[in-house]
Design a protein around this ligand. Structure first.
Ligand SMILES: C[S@@+](CC[C@H](N)C(=O)[O-])C[C@H]1O[C@@H](n2cnc3c(N)ncnc32)[C@H](O)[C@@H]1O
Length: 428
């Protein structure tokens, strides 16, 4: 079927409409197709309001089309945009953000400011599956294992370590996570195993890896406390669970935005090593005052930058590994609380802060938190989001409660993928 692609939509597809037959006008989602292109596509699944197609060939390519550099592109579930020049990727994301906000009823948007950096080798963390001593990702749209031979969005040290690991015995290991600092001077290894791994075996494996990759400073075996696989493949996932065995350093020192952080195995840290400083400076800007809240604080990336600027910072985080790091970083009169944001906001006698920073996971804030923040009337809310749909829903709620949207930044934390990160300033 011949289709003309109208626009890019969230998730990596191009949207076209059927032109002939009973279904004329029906939306068709085509992967790896760019706005303006004419393509030959075959319908793979027909749903009530739309069809999903596979790209068969590009009949009229867009000028922005490029040859994808990675040999796994199109088969691997990780990247969706390698076929588009980087400027075109940014333009698609900007359009998708604007449209998602407008659909949620958020209009009169300020200019969307785009922040980007190097679009390859940017990831400081990769999580790989392990099967038959091979490491890989999921095949696109499935949980089927895809062994890989390269990953050009990962920091080179991570891939070097992955290759070395494959030369070592990996039986019983289900997943491997590799995490490095911005300058690739240190490396942390986390193993997720189906069955417990003895400390001696972890030590042998770590020492063999360290012999070839001397940047390795620590390794852990993490056993999930509950099934955390619902978000597998999402770029900001963290491995929550308990550390069952440990070798070397328990956490990785990470210098960012003029601060020094320690990130434990399983703790969350922003993934794009080239844009973390930008992100922190968008959140802090020239803000200062008496009291700031950092909700969904993680290991304290924003908390550390806010502490010198506010008389008191209250940081709230629920994850165990992240909270451990957060509480070691927070010194009096600032405070770190282990609670969900909703639990914290339900507490009575909360004094309205000057600034609220929120950086929730993909699910966004949700109705209760939006309502409580709306009632709070803080002067500014800075909302860091990794999901335009839940962000747009929450933004509509905040605007209804009397906030205005003062700044809208698109920070391209995940080049070559459809993922879209924003930093938005709401004001009273
Ligand atoms: C996207 S990360 C942001 C972390 C931090 N702001 C940063 O930039 O490094 C979201 C964090 O929220 C935590 N979290 C998830 N649900 C939460 C909740 N309901 N209340 C508080 N924290 C939550 C997660 O453990 C994770 O550390």
């Amino acid at each position: 079927m011949k289709l003309r692609i109208e626009k890019a939509i969230y998730g990596g597809n191009g949207l076209a409409r059927m032109t002939e037959g009973e279904q004329a006008g029906k939306a068709v989602f085509v992967p790896f197709a760019l706005p303006g292109e004419v393509v030959d596509a075959g319908v793979r699944a027909s749903k009530k309001g739309f069809s999903e197609a596979e790209l068969l060939s590009v009949l009229e390519p867009a000028p922005e089309r490029v040859v994808a550099p990675c040999r796994h592109f199109g088969v691997c579930g990780g990247c969706q945009y390698q076929h588009a020049a980087y400027e075109a990727q940014l333009a698609m994301k900007r359009g998708i953000l604007r449209e998602t906000l407008e659909r949620a009823g958020v209009r009169q948007l300020p200019e969307i400011t785009v922040h980007s950096a190097a679009s390859w080798h940017y990831r400081n963390r990769i999580r790989l599956r392990c099967e038959n001593n091979r490491l890989g990702y999921n095949r696109r749209g499935s949980h089927v294992f895809l062994p890989i031979a390269e990953c050009p969005i990962a920091a080179p040290l991570l891939w070097q370590a992955a290759q070395t690991l494959m030369e070592l015995p990996l039986e019983g290991i289900a997943e491997v996570e590799l995490f490095t600092d911005a300058s690739e001077s240190k490396l942390q290894l986390t193993l997720l195993a189906a069955k417990p791994i003895a400390s001696q075996r972890l030590a042998r494996l770590s020492e063999a890896l360290q012999a070839k990759v001397p940047q390795l400073i620590g390794a852990s075996v993490v056993q999930a406390d509950r099934d955390q696989r619902g978000h597998r493949g999402q770029p900001d996932e963290s491995v929550e669970g308990h550390v069952a065995a440990q070798w070397g350093e328990p956490s990785l020192p990470y210098a960012a935005a003029g601060q020094s952080y320690r990130v434990q195995a399983g703790g969350f840290f922003q993934v794009n090593r080239f844009l973390i400083d930008t992100m922190v400076s968008l959140v802090t800007a020239d803000r200062s005052g008496q009291h700031a809240w950092d909700l969904y604080a993680g290991a304290g990336l924003f908390t550390a930058a806010l502490m010198p600027r506010f008389a008191q910072v209250t940081a709230v985080e629920i994850g165990e590994a992240s909270f451990r790091e957060l509480s070691s970083l927070v010194t009096a009169p600032h405070r770190a609380l282990r609670a969900t944001t909703a639990e914290f906001l339900r507490r009575g006698k909360l004094q309205t802060p000057d600034l609220v920073v929120v950086d929730p996971p993909r699910a966004g804030l949700g109705a209760e938190v939006v309502e409580r923040l709306g009632a709070l009337q803080a002067r500014q809310i800075v909302y860091v989001s990794c999901d335009p749909a839940t962000f747009s829903r929450d933004a509509a709620g905040l605007l209804q409660s009397g906030y205005t949207l003062a700044e809208l930044h698109l920070v391209d934390m995940f080049p070559q993928t459809f993922h879209l990160e924003t930093v938005t300033v709401f004001e009273r």
